[in-house]
Design a protein around this ligand. Sequence first.
Ligand SMILES: [Zn+2]
Length: 324
Amino acid sequence: MDRSEPAATCISVNRKPLPRRPAPFQDELLSSWITRLADANYCSVPELCRYLGLAQERPPETLTDLIGVDTDRFCATLRLPPEELDSMLIQRRAEFPIECISWSNFQHCSVCAHKVPRISLRHWRFAWSMHCEACGSELLPVRSKTAAHVHLPTRLRIRAKEGAKRLMLAYRHGNCHAGRRMDLTLQVAGVLAPEIRHGSLFSQNRIDRFKIVAAIDLGMTRPLLATALVLKNDPASETRLRAAFPHKRKLLDRLARLAESLPQHRSREGASLKNHSWMNCAGTAPTPEPEYLEAARRAIDQLGKNAERSDLLNCAAEFLENAR
Ligand SMILES: [Zn+2]
C-alpha cells in the first residue's frame, strides 16, 4: 500500500452533492442549516458531518471548527458560494471583556421556529438581541414555556433597550474601553443585586436578563448616582462593595459622601430598605397593575413565600394568563 496517499483522500475526492438541499435562510447559522440538511436527506447530523469531511460530529459554528477542512470542497458539496460561508459562522472578539455571544441557543423566535422547525438564526445568539430581525417578534428563552407572559415593566424595557444598543455598538466597534466599563458595571451590579451576574446576559429568566442589560445603560450614564442611591438605602451594600473592590477605596469614599448627601428615599408602599436596589433605578420600581399583584399573591399562596423567585414568577404568569 502506498502510504503517501491516504485511503481517506482517495475516497472523498468525488463527494457527491446532497440530493436534497433546502436553501439557507438569511442570517441562518451554518449549524442550523446542516441540521436541516440532515433532516431533509434522512440522515443523522453526525453522519452528515462525516460525509462533509468534518473532524467532529457536531456541525461547525466558528472558523476554528473548520480548521483542517477543505472549505472549497466542503462548499462545493453543499453548493454554497464560499463567500457566503463567513456570514453563517459566529465570529467572536476574543479581546472584548464581556462574552456577548452565547455558545448555545438560549433564545429563539417562536414565529420563525414554528414556520421552519429547528432553524436558528445567528443574531439570536447575541446578548443584545431582543427582537427577531426576520419577523420583528420578541425573542423568548428556549427553555421557559411561560416566559412570554412574564410582565416586564415599561421603564425596564426602555432602559434594557438602551443598554442593549450600547453593548452592540461597543462590541461591533471593538471598543474595549467601553467594554471594560461595562464589565465593571456588571461586577458592581452582581455585588449590589446578587441575583444578577455576567451569565444573566443569557439567562432563561427574562427579568434577570433585562435587568443586567439595563444595568449596562445605568453604568454608562449614571453609575455614581445609581450606586449612591443603593448605599443610601442599604448601608450593608457599602460593606459588600468595599470587600469586593478593596483597591477602589477612594472611589467608594466618594460614593459614601455622595450617598450621605442624598435625601432618604422611601417608596409609597413603605417597603423595607432591603427592597431598594440598583435595579429599581433601572426601572423596576413597584407600580404594578392590580391584576399583577393579585397573580403574585396567588403564586405566593400556592408555592409559599420562600419558593424560588423564578418559580413564583412562572406561577404568577400562569395565573395571569388564565385570568385573561
Ligand atoms: Zn422571527
